[in-house]
Design a protein around this ligand. Structure first.
Ligand code: FAD
Ligand code: ZN
Length: 475
């Protein structure tokens, strides 16, 4: 990648202004909404923030940048957690924001699909589906600001993966601007299409390094007739895993959520969001379960109560509270979804987004908690996540009295080695749903097999030979 000279930079900016209009090429004023990431960990400086309003404009921006050898960092809602969506500090990269591309292009109720532009905020798409009696089964705590394009670029997971899969499983087609500034469109909404290599799945999860997603077709489902939500207290993680197994057996595909939270994560929520109701007393582990049923309220409720009754009798749970209304159900989810926000209020921490076979999780946590306490006495673990998917957010907060930012700066590498070695020893992944970005690039190089890395590099070189898209991320 050439570093563009000043003359070339000025021509590029002039080209972009001509293509998009001067108002959509920002170079001055406070650009921190695009240059500073959600965790406030990475602050970059962009040559310009550009805001195209259509696929053709995205393609024109890419062609202009390619002609000048200027790198492009695509960005949606800027809620990513691995530093992949903000420019570096060089002041030479174009930040391409998809936020102005927010049209719902089609909603086909008979085909159970929705086609929307990449900058649509996830929640607005959920609401659009809901208004037609349909469900877009992708949900995460950032849904009020993350975008469809960002969800697909990171292959986001969230709280409904247990039943519906990751963003990848929900995606039927994409529209992508390639590094040559061409548009590849495949928004047919087909469930079956074996016509050669699966290009869609290359772009899903590529974190902006292979192409710019401008639109996507997503699967919908009928809205369930009844949804029941409960909190349950468990004395141990092994009990929570036993409850999961029981719930799967009893509810089958009706089990649509199974989240776990340790005592400290709920303590942080109580500290920073004291008005949120806490229906159960503190317990070592709290599970949030959700049951969705296509039958009516009464039979659904009876099945859910019978499951929880049997779990109480078996000693897998020690207490439980079932939501009696939609408002109560929302309040239970709010407890779970406030954990990342409460952590952010508490100060920076060392985040891990790991996955393991569910059966290996109790042993992983017991082993790793003990290993961390030995090396950093008093360290606090904010442990929560999607137990039903074998995915934990195993976050490490400085011991009391030690400054959070200093702990992060000085101990992150050593803490990561303890956590990731324990994950690897049990056949897990060091990045379950947040991706690689800038944060885990070295870890990827260290821990992925050389054969896999060589294939990834070959794909990158084939699709983006100039290295225009999000350089220094992932690979
Ligand atoms: P951004 O942050 O803008 O970008 C993320 C990455 O995608 C960057 O590498 C960027 O370059 C690239 N990108 C963005 N748009 C495009 C595009 N159109 N084309 C190509 N590349 C693009 N993630 C989960 O998986 N599960 C969770 O449960 C979850 N919970 C979260 C909770 C909170 C409170 C927060 C802040 C984040 C959470 N996340 C979670 C992180 C998650 O990755 C993002 O929220 C979301 O998927 C990113 O969408 P975004 O539009 O904000 O993308
Ligand atoms: Zn998550």
């Amino acid at each position: 990648m050439n570093t563009p000279g000043q003359g070339s930079t000025l021509t590029l900016l002039a080209d972009l202004r001509q293509t998009l209009g001067a108002a959509q090429v920002l170079t001055e004023g406070d650009l921190s909404a695009w240059e500073l990431d959600w965790r406030r960990r990475w602050r970059g400086r962009a040559l310009a923030v550009v805001r195209p309003g259509s696929t053709e404009e995205v393609a024109a921006v890419v062609r202009a940048c390619a002609a000048h050898g200027t790198a492009i960092v695509p960005q949606g809602g800027n809620t990513g957690l691995v530093g992949g969506g903000v420019p570096d500090a060089s002041g030479t990269q174009i930040l391409l924001s998809l936020q102005r591309m927010h049209r719902l292009r089609a909603l086909d109720a008979a085909n159970l699909t929705l086609t929307a532009e990449a900058g649509c905020v996830l929640q607005t798409l959920q609401v659009a589906a809901h208004s037609q009696g349909l469900l877009l089964p992708l949900s995460l705590a950032a849904e009020g600001s993350c975008t469809l394009g960002g969800n697909l670029a990171t292959n986001a997971g969230g709280t409904q993966v247990l039943r519906w899969g990751n963003a990848r499983e929900l995606c039927l087609g994409l529209e992508v601007v390639t590094a040559r500034g061409e548009v590849w469109q495949s928004l047919s909404g087909l469930r079956k299409d074996n016509t050669g290599y699966d290009l869609r799945d290359l772009f899903v999860g590529s974190e902006g390094t292979l192409g710019i997603i401008t639109a996507a077709t997503m699967k919908l489902a009928p809205l369930p007739a009844a949804v029941s939500t409960a909190l349950a207290s468990c004395a141990s993680l092994a009990d929570a895993v036993a409850l999961l197994q029981r719930a799967r057996g009893r509810l089958g595909s009706g089990l649509t959520g199974f989240e776990v939270m340790n005592a400290f994560s709920l303590e942080l929520v109580a500290r920073h969001f004291p008005t949120l109701p806490r229906p159960l007393p503190a317990a070592p582990w709290t599970v949030l379960l959700e049951h969705s049923d296509t039958e009516g309220e009464a039979p659904a409720r009876a099945r859910f109560e019978s499951l929880l009754g049997a779990a109480l009798e078996a000693g897998e749970i020690t207490d439980c509270a079932i939501a009696e209304s939609l408002a109560q159900s929302r309040a239970l989810w709010q407890l779970r979804e406030s954990i990342p926000l409460a952590q952010a209020e508490e100060g920076q921490n060392i985040k891990h987004d790991i996955s393991l076979p569910v059966s290996a999780i109790p042993d992983f946590v017991a082993h790793t908690d003990a290993a961390l306490q030995r090396q950093w006495p008093g360290v606090r673990l904010v442990d929560f996540g999607h137990l039903g998917d074998g995915n934990l957010h195993y976050n490490v907060q400085a011991p009391p009295g030690i400054e959070a930012a200093a702990f992060l700066a000085e101990q992150e590498e050593a803490v990561n080695a303890v956590v990731f070695d324990a994950v690897a020893a049990r056949g897990g992944s060091f990045s379950a749903e947040h991706g690689i970005g800038a944060l885990k690039r070295d870890e990827l190089a260290r821990r992925k097999s050389p054969v896999a890395l060589a294939m990834m590099r070959a794909i990158k070189a084939a699709l983006d030979p100039q290295g225009l898209f999000n350089p220094g991320r992932v690979l």
